[in-house]
Design a protein around this ligand. Structure first.
Ligand code: ZN
Length: 533
């Protein structure tokens, strides 16, 4: 057995001699158990890392009894799409997530993961972190490791090496294969090549999760491709952070959801995850430059931008992307979230930066500014180009779960998308309580039992005796996000208590000293080690 896996394994605490005594009793709450069933009133008792009793009135003693009358008691939330490796080693308590009630983070989305995965998970296991942590293996990272970021078909020998890396990632504990066919080098990958790798993940019980090739003009074709990867690869497939980008294409969620419904009707297990915001976030280069201009990485992009004729071609395509896609038709819709080479640009929009450069603001000059930013070293951006109607249509679909696509910010640093601080509580505050778009029980199911089932986490995601004690307690009347696009560094409100593996990690408005998070392994890691999670 690999050494890092030993670190990830857990020795259960020896059970108390008196079975009537518990470590923790959460008393008098409304149990929303994660399955979607209506709430009921009960006490919930924890011993060591396990929920051992749920009953209307537990009279036994406990080391700690917490009265949560009027509050909702739910399974800790599972975030199936995070970029938590941005920040987990600086902020191992993951306050932004835990304060929302998130108790499990999944990394390695969008085709991007550490390769190999094992040493990274070993480092996570050796770092005392607060939430549980799992990962996918990224197709883009695998292709990059074998071929570089080049735009050409793979050879049979290269595909064999890629299959080996995917198999290794699965053995090291990945929950499946992620793709980011929008990004370099995913965008250079033909569907057939993805299917070959998906079959490897399938043979080891993994799923496929995809940031699709195109979320704007080609969104329908991309949904078909995502479904085809699941159908031909023989594994569950998930459209991650589903959205329709660009005013020209708004409304097409009617058709994307119909494609998912049709696929499910014929037996293809296709699902969706989503964050509840009308803006996305990724690098300005990826979002606003054509993929061909980015081939080979930054060192190859710069000479293209220096050549006047090539630069003019890139700028014309960037102007189109600003007009019809991520730019949302107005340079003010693109905001710099992080800029390492000039902090003063952080929080400014593309129109303001264009003016600051002394240019009259237009789509064309803003396109020039986007190229200038890439030349200087690039920046992370926020892009306001999603319609609320598409958002809500996708949100209420029964095949949709919640995922933040966020990261772990250092509090107060940079200008991140508020999704990192607010995704889960925003669904509860805005879409359950204020807009009545979702029932409370349905929203909780999309944050707990549904992603747990998707990942094969049979012992989490539901409040039931015998399962792991990952629990969140919140006030349904006040739970909400406070992070905004203007003021993103702001924690969730209305969450009273968070428990991870039986230990209280957030209580009374503050993080505790406990850091009980574990590395969770996918089915491949489980098979190799012959142990149940
Ligand atoms: Zn993504």
């Amino acid at each position: 057995m690999r050494r890092w896996l030993l670190l990830a394994l857990v020795v259960p605490v020896v059970l108390s001699a008196q079975p009537s005594n518990y470590d923790l009793i959460i008393r008098g709450g409304r149990i929303v158990d994660g399955t979607g069933s209506p709430w009921y009133r009960s006490d919930l008792a924890v011993r060591a890392d396990t929920i051992v009793r749920i009953a209307p009135s537990i009279a036994a003693t406990a080391a700690r009894v917490i009265d949560v009358k009027g509050m909702v008691v739910a399974p800790g939330f599972i975030d199936i799409h995070t970029h938590a490796r941005r920040g987990i080693f600086e902020v191992p308590t993951a306050d932004n997530y835990v304060r929302q009630g998130v108790t499990t983070l999944l990394e390695g989305p969008d085709g991007s993961s550490p390769i190999p995965l094992g040493p990274f998970l070993s480092k996570i296991a050796a770092t005392r972190i607060t939430p549980n942590f799992g990962s996918f293996v990224g197709q883009g990272s695998v292709r990059s490791a074998v071929m570089g970021d080049v735009n050409r078909p793979s050879t049979a020998e290269e595909r064999e090496r890629m299959r080996t890396l995917v198999r290794q990632g699965m053995e090291e504990g990945a929950f499946g294969l992620s793709t980011g066919l929008f990004y370099v080098p995913g965008t250079f990958t033909p569907t057939d090549e993805v299917v070959e790798l998906a079959r490897v993940a399938a043979s080891m019980g993994g799923i496929h999760i995809s940031h699709m090739r195109d979320e704007a003009k080609g969104v329908l074709e991309s949904v078909k491709e995502t479904i085809a990867i699941g159908e031909r690869g023989g594994l569950p497939t998930q459209i991650t952070h589903h959205k329709i980008i660009g005013k020209k294409y708004w409304g097409q969620s009617v058709d994307t959801l119909r494609l998912v419904d049709d696929a499910r009707a014929r037996g293809v297990d296709a699902t969706i995850d989503q964050y509840p915001y009308t803006a996305s976030s990724t690098s300005i280069g990826s979002a606003l430059l054509p993929a061909w201009a980015l081939e080979g990485g930054a060192a190859a992009t710069r000479p293209r931008l220096k050549d006047p004729a090539t630069r003019a071609r890139i700028q014309a395509e960037t102007a189109n992307l600003l007009r019809d896609e991520r730019g949302g038709g107005d340079p003010r819709n693109v905001v710099v979230a992080r800029c390492d080479w000039d902090q003063s640009l952080t929080g400014m929009d593309l129109a303001a930066i264009t003016a600051k450069r002394g240019l009259a603001v237009s789509i064309e000059t803003a396109a020039d500014t986007a190229l200038w930013i890439v030349e200087q070293g690039g920046a992370q951006g926020i892009f306001h180009a999603i319609h609320e109607e598409d958002l809500q249509r996708i949100l209420v679909h029964p095949a949709t779960m919640i995922g933040s696509d966020g990261e772990i910010p250092i509090f107060g640093k940079n200008h991140p998308h508020p999704r990192s601080y607010g995704t889960f509580v925003r669904v509860l505050g805005v879409y359950v309580r204020e807009k009545h778009v979702l029932a409370l029980e349905a929203a909780v199911q999309k944050m707990s039992a549904f992603p747990a089932q998707r990942l094969g986490l049979a012992d989490r995601g539901v409040l039931r005796e015998g399962l792991k004690a990952d629990v969140v307690v919140f006030d349904p009347a006040t739970v909400r996000d406070t992070a905004t696009f203007a003021q993103p560094h702001s924690y969730a409100a209305g969450v009273a208590l968070v428990v991870v593996n039986g230990e209280v990690v957030f209580d009374n408005g503050a993080m505790t000293a406990a850091r009980p998070g574990r590395v969770l392994l996918g089915s491949g890691g489980e098979l190799v080690n012959g142990v149940r999670r």
